[in-house]
Ligand binder design. Structure first.
Ligand code: HDE
Length: 703
């Protein structure tokens, strides 16, 4: 609020009453007005007036000697740092990793030596294509970057929620990212792959086909960060005490099971709550429901690697879990939100090259390129080689080295020696025993720019992924491809994609071609290696097959009206909470409604602000009069129609029937509509909800 010059002199007078509240050796002290500390400049000078710039007279020009104004605006002007070129939009949380058992047989990494050991962790989830302010439910890969503050330095597993990648060689990364981001002349579309440039690049890049199957699947529209897997993607190495190597692939498995939304729902969530995933993580951690993942490792040797006709160095391939079972080695728990988003989540610097002794790289050419890129990117973003001085990036173990100076140096070597060896007996020395040692691989060959023959099969695992999906999941892939390609203006690009699909699954290609009204099927794309049709389906690749054991961590939206049955609501709440799920109430007005028994039901949302897309299941707890009124409100009709179309379970009181009917839903349409008038039916409703969706309904709703 602007203050008058009279106010300013009052304030000046009040300053005489300042109280010394904290001293520090007589040098530092802080002023306070009553209990409120006095605002200072960044230099520590107390500020008398933060409402008005310094002027010549009340209506006169501003003075440049106003150092407080100058400093405040200067700092504001520099608040932004470059956003990440990829993975700009992200959300992080703190937690810990707990080791289940010693893996000393495979690795000397300290983190895997002792069962029960807890290592502090920070995790950042992200989308890839959109900028920092884009929406959470973009169709996109999710980053799953884990920083483990081990006793031997930071270990970053900078992974994704999809175990393969678009490209095989790092040199293609800028092209791939340019193609998916907004087109440079028009600067749209943002955070979307549904445009010509992306599909042009993809249709010219057969190695992307396996990744495309994943991206077009519901994996790319997860319901929550808490319900998705994470993967290290590349093959890494474990090195034991004798530096012997075992190949390793890292998998994070969510304790709450996998779950995604459907595309029509994603589109609506983006409008209703662009921060859907952020809010979900925030709410679950703040309410003490800490999300958890198990770290599982696939361990194998060279002979096993050689048994495949694809290359384990190729990041467009997986080793199916049915062929090599991932072993559980620990768990990751996220239990604390950052105090400040910028300081922690924005400034956290993940780097693939951060590995402790006992973990090493393979020759995966994508990983090798990443090991170069991540250091470079941190200098650009954080602006100083001293980015490890920022608390979120600093190791939590003791560290000592002779690196010094540079922008924003917070710690410099003390004493005389800032080099080694030195004869002052000062400072640390290297240790061949404890230090990081690379696997002594014997490498030889001509210097070439070549893609190995063993990287040439681009379709077999794409097909294997597709045939591993359940019926609804396969339909979603076909629908996603159709939607994305329908946004591509150039018909040749659409056809080129169908030509690739013909190498993956003929029926899929025909469905997409039909939906795009491509009259004549193109010839299948030229394939360096013909698609193998003998790879068995892998049930581990399906989301539906790997859903949760119960409804824990999910959310029920209960729509209430005046005259609703408060006792039934209470019963529902008890049952939902017992299941480990959350209930939120939606009412015509956010202040709530009066129940039939005269009690007051508090609401979390008004109808327009609480559409059913925000919930995993819904209940219509309405009086006859309330239901009748709601039939006239579009938001209430959409609430019901969307829940039905998205195959959700819907509980309802007999009095709610009029709203169901007005929304075009037959109350007896299928077993997903559960009448709640008999008190025993509440338990049955919750039990149904554990299935998450009634996919059998999908063919009738034709989304
Ligand atoms: Fe990244 N990637 N990436 N990437 N990546 C970045 O580093 C890069 C790749 C991944 O939450 C950048 O700090 C190259 C694969 C995640 O802060 C940058 C290549 C996988 C995050 C970069 C890849 C990833 C990044 C941008 C091809 C999955 C976000 C900002 C060789 C295994 C980390 C930054 C966070 C971020 C480069 C490919 C995952 C530019 C050159 C494959 C999760 O350095």
């Amino acid at each position: 609020m602007a203050k008058t010059s009279k106010g300013a002199s009052d304030k000046r007078a009040a300053l005489h009453d300042q109280k010394l509240i904290r001293g520090n050796g007589g040098e530092l002290h802080q002023f306070a007005e009553g209990d409120v500390p006095v605002l200072t400049t960044a230099q520590g000078g107390p500020v008398s007036d933060d409402q008005n710039t310094l002027k010549v007279g009340e209506r006169g020009p501003s003075l440049i000697e106003d150092f407080h104004f100058r400093e405040k605006i200067f700092h504001f002007d520099h608040e932004r740092i470059p956003e990440r070129v990829v993975h700009a939009r992200g959300y992080g949380a703190h937690g810990y990793f707990e080791t289940y058992r010693s893996l000393a047989k495979y690795t000397r990494a300290d983190i895997f030596q002792r069962a029960g050991e807890k290592t502090p962790a920070f995790v950042r989830f992200s989308t890839v294509a959109g900028s920092k302010g884009s929406v959470d439910l973009a169709r996109d890969v999710r980053g799953f970057a884990v920083k483990l503050y081990t006793r031997e330095g930071n270990w970053d597993i900078v992974g994704n929620n999809i175990p393969v990648f678009f490209i095989q060689d790092a040199i293609k990364f800028p092209d791939m990212v340019h193609a998916v981001k907004e087109e440079p002349d028009r600067a749209f579309p943002q955070a979307q792959s549904a445009h010509d440039n992306f599909w042009d690049f993809i249709s010219l890049t057969p190695e992307s086909m396996h990744m495309i199957m994943w991206i077009m699947s519901d994996r790319a529209i997860p319901r929550s960060f808490r319900f998705m897997e994470g993967f290290g993607v590349h093959t890494f190495r474990f090195l034991d005490a004798k530096d012997e190597s075992t190949f390793v692939k890292f998998h994070w498995k969510p304790k709450l099971g996998l779950q995604s939304v459907v595309w029509n729902e994603a589109v609506k969530i983006n409008g209703a709550d662009p921060d859907f995933h952020r809010r979900d993580l925030w709410q679950s951690i703040q309410s003490g429901n800490f999300p958890e993942w198990e770290l599982r490792v696939q361990l194998f040797d060279q002979a096993f690697a050689d048994s495949f006709d694809f290359d384990v160095l190729d990041p467009t391939k997986i080793i199916p879990e049915e062929l090599l079972e991932p072993i559980a080695v620990g768990r990751l728990v996220l239990d604390r939100m950052p105090d400040n988003f910028f300081a922690e989540t924005e400034q956290v610097a993940f780097m693939t090259q951060n590995v402790p002794p006992g973990i090493d790289f393979s020759n995966d050419p994508l990983l090798q390129g990443r090991n170069f890129s991540y250091l470079d990117t941190q200098l650009k973003r954080l602006g100083s080689p001293n980015f490890t001085h920022i608390p979120i990036n600093a190791p939590k173990c003791p560290f000592q080295h002779f690196q010094q100076d540079g922008h924003m140096a917070m710690r410099n070597p003390t004493g005389r020696a800032n080099y080694q060896p030195n004869s002052w007996s000062e400072g640390p020395r290297e240790s061949p025993r404890h230090g990081f040692r690379s696997f002594a691989a014997i490498e030889e060959g001509p210097k070439v720019r070549l893609r190995a023959e063993s990287f040439a099969d681009h379709y077999s695992q794409a097909r294997q992924f597709f045939i591993s999906q359940t019926g609804p999941e396969q339909r979603h892939i076909a629908m996603a491809l159709t939607f994305e390609l329908s946004k591509v203006e150039n018909p040749h690009i659409r056809e080129r994609m169908v030509a690739h699909l013909l190498n993956i699954d003929r029926e899929l290609a025909e469905t997409v071609a039909d939906k795009l009204a491509i009259k004549t099927l193109p010839k299948p794309a030229d394939a360096a290696i013909a698609t193998r049709d003998d790879l068995e389906p892998s049930p581990a690749l399906s989301i539906v097959e790997n859903g949760p054991p119960n409804f824990a961590g999910r959310k029920v939206g209960v729509l209430v009206s005046r005259g609703a049955d408060a006792a039934l609501l209470k019963k529902l709440m008890t049952a939902i909470e017992k299941e480990g799920a959350v209930m939120e109430v939606i009412a015509p007005k956010v202040g709530g409604v009066e129940a039939a028994d005269g009690s007051w039901i508090e609401a979390n949302h008004m109808i327009d602000g609480g559409p059913s897309v925000l919930f995993d299941a819904v209940v219509l707890l309405l009086s006859a009069e309330g239901a009748q009124r709601l039939t006239g409100e579009a938001a209430a009709r959409d609430f019901v129609a969307d829940a039905f179309a998205h195959c959700k379970f819907i509980g309802f009181t007999a009095d709610a029937t009029s709203l169901l009917q007005k929304a075009g839903v037959d109350p007896e349409a299928d077993e997903g509509l559960v009448a709640l008038d008999d008190p025993k039916s509440v338990a049955g409703f919750i039990e149904s909800c554990r299935k998450l969706r009634l996919w059998a309904r999908e063919s009738s709703v034709k989304l």
